[in-house]
Design a protein around this ligand. Sequence first.
Ligand SMILES: [Zn+2]
Length: 506
Amino acid sequence: MKNLFLLFLAVTVSQAMGQSLTYTIDVTQNTDTFQVFIDVRQELPKTTKVFQFAATAPGTYQTQNIGRFVSGFKALNKKGKEIKTTFMAPNQYEISKPHKVKSIHYQVAETFDTQVSSYPVYMMCGSSIENDHTLINAHTVMGYFQGNQSEPLKIKVIGNPEWMTGTALEQEGEYFLAESFDHAVDSPILSGNLTRAETKVADTPVRIFTYSEQGKFDSESLLTNMKDMLQASQKFLVKLPVDRYTFLYYFLPNPSGTTGAWEHSYSSEYVLGEQEPTEQYMKQVTDIASHEFFHIVTPLNIHSEIIESFNFVEPTPSEHLWLYEGVTEWASNILLYRGGVTSFDEYVKNSIAQKILVNENYFDKSRSLSELAARSFTQEGAKQYGNIYYKGSLVAGYLDIRLLELSNGTRGLREVMLELVDKYGKGNPFSEKTFFDDLVKMTYPEIGDFIHDYIQNSEPLPHQEYLNKIGLNYTREGMKIQIRKMVNPTDQQKMLLEVWSKNLAL
Ligand SMILES: [Zn+2]
């Protein structure tokens, strides 16, 4: 009995230790390439034959094939001798004797300064090294042994010891701790000559780290501009679903690719052009931050099983992109209006009229939101993907109006979203297949028709009909759209406009 107990204990301890793969990422050797070293402490099973690099990453809806950036891949045994490995395009290395592996070594080129002929990686999802900083989005630098995606790991970054580091990861001495490969990917690391600022929203600490190549932006002024947005978000959500949050900003004057921002569970990463910080530009920056911050609701808390157990090997679309990105864009705009940060005129101009024009003039407006989702990982689909922020947001706005109408002004899309957070939440995905039906059951049969017409199919958007429901006049001459409050609305229209304009009390 005693022996068995000891044996059991010993096994548990060695397993726990073995699970901790340590990744050392050296950015001091040169300014284009990460040198990566993985210490394999416990013998890998003979079946762990594949070392995988990411084909895509959660929330990017983009094919990235990180295997393209990797070179010099080597597996070594305990004597330091090389074990045979074979590259299997696009993202895998097959290891002939995995049980003999003591360490893995490779170089991976930064995405910012590496030219590719197809599938360029969005900058906010990419990686960079220069003399004064590094940006590490883990899926662009690290890979994992297939079968080990959910094992804990440690990351050590060898950079300039003077650098400041921003990340949502916990730190233990010189190591960043991740519960899994997914967790590492969910937690970018920005290190370098940064500025830092901190505040609290209700009880939630919010930290900002900023790298600004020309020094035009700093964390304090970004925070000053974001404070009203953070308060408005908190009012909209009632209670923030996170206990801490980190904004990582990266500004550069001549971006080499697509800039923007990428959401994570406890942080978001922004790569933006370093223009003059005018009032208008700061407003745009805050609008983007509002969008990313709202992602803590969806997809991070409300998503299907396709997002929950993420497939880094094979890009797999979820039909509910309309929810993850369309509803998020709508919410991040209307919460600023309802919170008094933007005016009625600004809201209808930028978040309705402008979005109608972009949907019609820059994109194929006949493509449904479900199709946008289904094709986002293809080269052709990637060109239409951006419409999710325009058409997707408009559809979410009309869904809100329809819900307010059907509930007689008591329950709009915000209230339904908050119910969904309660019903699902972290670790409890909804069903990819039945979610539309479940949503109809939670709401009204008419919502089934709405989903059919405007999400799954592409009926012309009912701008006039829906805006009239809430007492707004919609007029249009060519590229000129005007949306104004009616002079003599009915009692019903007056009531709906009032509940549409504010957060309902809960
Ligand atoms: Zn988004």
